[in-house]
Design a binder for this molecule. Structure first.
Ligand code: FAD
Length: 403
């Protein structure tokens, strides 16, 4: 039997390999990574690792011995460059080629490029890999002028850390902080919070260019304001790494299109994690999610199918972000939410927002209130009903409802 070949050894690919063994799959597993490091966790790169609270030893997803012990043929520095669907082979950059019985694309996402002059100057950074994080960690020192372009989760996590480390930090955002993913109330709260951490925020304004002769010296905003910079971090989102799939003629949209069992338009190929666009059972339309939960749960689901236990993907979406002293936990998705209810007082830096889609609870965002998050997870998973009126009533016991 030809092996299961997994392209990409991030959270999704490693989980798929591990779960194949847990599910009792006994055949060959080849796990390809175009990176050189032992497969590692990305979330700490903008959190504990950047803050110097974790070193390189804390990053690997699994110990080195895990792979041979589980008979997972992990190949580092092995980039897949072409899929031959008729022959069922994957060609690698080193000129060799591998046969597959089933192919799993777990290629993740790549940085969206900011299309402005100066973006390629030295001193302009992105944050996706260990190398990116190590470079930032080495450079951020007290007094350094750091300009973060893009107030998404990663940009804001870096901004909070830079401010904490004593850097003079500015954040530029064309819309609102985390605007695509969170409620307006939460977005406004985080804008204020980052000011309290010591950052200057420039919201509703774009970037005209990054100026400098042989390195980045300033970020010029669309309104003409000039922000002097020693270091620029660009965090304007990611796009699916779906080049292999596209070149192989697989159906793609905003990522590699899969059905509810995560199978692509070729039944011998699946796609999981950041690169996969799947029919979202809760929302009723195709989405692509960028989260550990999604990568891990999709890795498990595809492994179960290959071990003979097919299921449709309907996992509850959840996410976290640590910014300064604020621990944000989100469960559910905020798409199409038409009503928000805030519980607790944002001024205390501990509160939750409850988002409703046509009267049904869709998402709960909790700041420094892990108990609310746990209760919300149970409610959303069980299908129990929480009404907007109940959420708005401070005397209504949501945690009791969740039990
Ligand atoms: P990835 O982890 O991106 O792995 C894909 C791998 O495939 C990469 O190693 C890539 O190099 C490799 N690859 C691509 N193409 C090829 C090829 N042709 N051949 C071989 N290998 C290939 N999510 C959260 O839920 N919570 C967080 O707090 C959080 N924080 C984050 C902080 C940072 C700094 C970053 C960058 C991301 C964060 N995320 C967080 C998002 C989360 O890390 C991603 O959703 C997750 O890594 C997706 O896993 P994946 O396996 O799909 O992709």
């Amino acid at each position: 039997v030809s092996p299961v070949v997994i392209v990409g050894a991030g959270h999704a690919g490693v989980q798929a390999a591990a779960s194949l063994r847990e599910e009792g799959y006994d055949g060959e597993i080849v796990l390809l990574s175009d990176e050189r490091e032992l497969p590692y966790q990305r979330p700490p790169l903008s959190k504990a690792f950047l803050k110097r609270e974790m070193d390189l030893h804390g990053l690997p997803l699994r110990a080195e011995a895990f792979y041979p012990a589980q008979r997972i043929d992990l190949r580092l520095g092995a980039r897949a460059v072409r899929i031959d669907r008729a022959a069922r082979t994957v060609a690698l950059a080193d000129g060799t080629s591998l046969p597959y019985g089933h192919l799993i694309l777990a290629t993740g996402a790549r940085q969206r490029r900011l299309e402005v002059p100066g973006v390629d100057l030295p001193g302009v950074y992105a944050l996706r890999t260990i190398a990116d994080a190590a470079a930032l960690r080495e450079r951020i020192v007290p007094g350094l002028r750091v300009v973060v372009i893009g107030a998404g989760f990663i940009g804001l996590e870096v901004a909070a850390t830079a401010a904490k480390l004593g850097a003079e930090t500015a954040v530029v955002e064309i819309a609102r902080p985390m605007g695509r993913a969170v409620s307006p109330a939460l977005s406004d709260f985080y804008a204020e919070a980052h000011r309290s951490f010591g950052a200057r925020l420039f919201l509703g304004v774009g970037v005209r260019e990054i100026s400098g002769t042989d390195k980045a010296e300033a970020v010029v905003l669309s309104d003409g304001e000039v922000l002097p910079a020693d270091l620029v971090l660009v965090g304007v989102g990611v796009t699916a790494e779906d080049a292999l799939a596209r070149a192989a003629g697989l159906d793609c949209g905003n990522g590699v299109l899969v059905d509810e069992r995560l199978v692509t338009s070729d039944p011998a190929i699946s796609a999981i994690g950041d690169c996969a666009a799947f029919p979202n059972a809760t929302l009723g339309f195709v989405t692509r999610l960028e989260s550990i939960q999604n990568a891990v749960d999709q890795g498990k689901l595809v492994a179960a199918r290959l071990a003979g236990k097919p299921k449709a993907y309907d996992a509850l979406a959840w996410f976290w972000s640590d910014q300064g002293d604020l621990k944000l936990l989100i469960v559910g998705l905020s798409h199409d939410v038409d009503q928000w209810v805030v519980r607790g007082d944002p001024a205390t830096r501990a509160f939750s927002t409850y988002g409703f889609r046509k009267g049904r609870l869709a998402v709960v965002e909790s700041v420094n209130r892990a108990g609310d998050h746990a209760a919300a997870k149970r409610i959303l998973a069980s299908g129990k009903t929480l009404t907007p009126e109940q959420a708005a009533d401070p005397d209504f016991d949501i945690r009791a409802l969740a039990k």
